[in-house]
Design a protein around this ligand. Sequence first.
Ligand SMILES: Cc1ncc(COP(=O)(O)O)c(C=O)c1O
Length: 352
Amino acid sequence: MSKFWSPLVSQLKPYVPGEQPKMQRLVKLNTNENPYGPSPRVLEAIRAQLDERLRLYPDPESEQLRSVIAGYHGVSPEQVFVGNGSDEVLAHIFQALLKQDRPILFPDITYSFYPVYCGLYGVESRLVPLTEDFGIDPRDYQVPNGGIIFPNPNAPTGRALPLADIERVVSGNPDSVVVVDEAYVDFGAESAITLVNRYPNLLVSQTLSKARSLAGLRIGLAIGHRDLIEALNRVKNSFNSYPLDRLAQAGAIAAFEDEAWFNETRQRVMDERERVTTAMKPMGFEVLPSSANFIFARHGTLSGAELALRLRERGIIVRHFDKPRIDNFLRITIGTVDQNDELLQALESLVG
Ligand SMILES: Cc1ncc(COP(=O)(O)O)c(C=O)c1O
């Protein structure tokens, strides 16, 4: 606290990202990164940018990247927005589209950055409880609102909503913007991008941090009606004209051009997710059905806090949220086969 802080800053409750430990030899399963590296073609494309052109500003509109993304998803470049990680894209969405006269709706258990953006931009919100089994019921979103946002699959539960249910929310709220945050969609859920040309109130955000293994490069995107994208561009160009640097733009383009790598690595993560889930159930864990690169699980007798601590003592870091309804759960990122084996052995020794 300082007398120099603005009243807004004094009141902020910032997001706390998962730990990035400095210690070597840790099994790091706490921030939903991809255990496999990015495509070698991405690294090659970035290396090809490492010359004196770094003295120049990058393309402020990321035109080439936006047109590659547009081609990939079958939309026009004017329907694509890119930003410095989807966290930045989401921040612009809150400021440009979700700050309305009525409260916006999001689930009580969801990505914990949403309430932080509300605090930063003065957006009123109302929490919609997940169902008993931690699902989203589209009927709960048929009430007056200033906008709606939820991840699909949801985080940290990993549960996905079928496309028909998403369409129900979007078509039932024609006067509100509905934002579907698809950070984890490539691990087994259906993308709502196929609906954007039919619904001018639908905006879908995605990231290259997860299935394309580029969390360190910071690339996020949003796809929707060109009027929604124009709103985001107005905020972006009032904030930072160059959110994606030269290396990020080149790397991101190469990532979309290596479909084989994308498919192979995400399939490996999905296969491992099923193996870990199947192995944990007989140990007394309830594991929610996941369509993401992580699982959300609780044990019948051991508390979430206790388990997280004991795993940490064994050099394995997972995420534990000390929040109502989910304080006994652990969110565990799917790692490499060896990392998952270490996790399963440690869990076996703790609960056995
Ligand atoms: C649901 C959800 N949305 C968005 C993000 C942000 O991802 P990034 O800023 O790396 O694109 C995350 C990161 O973990 C997430 O879990």
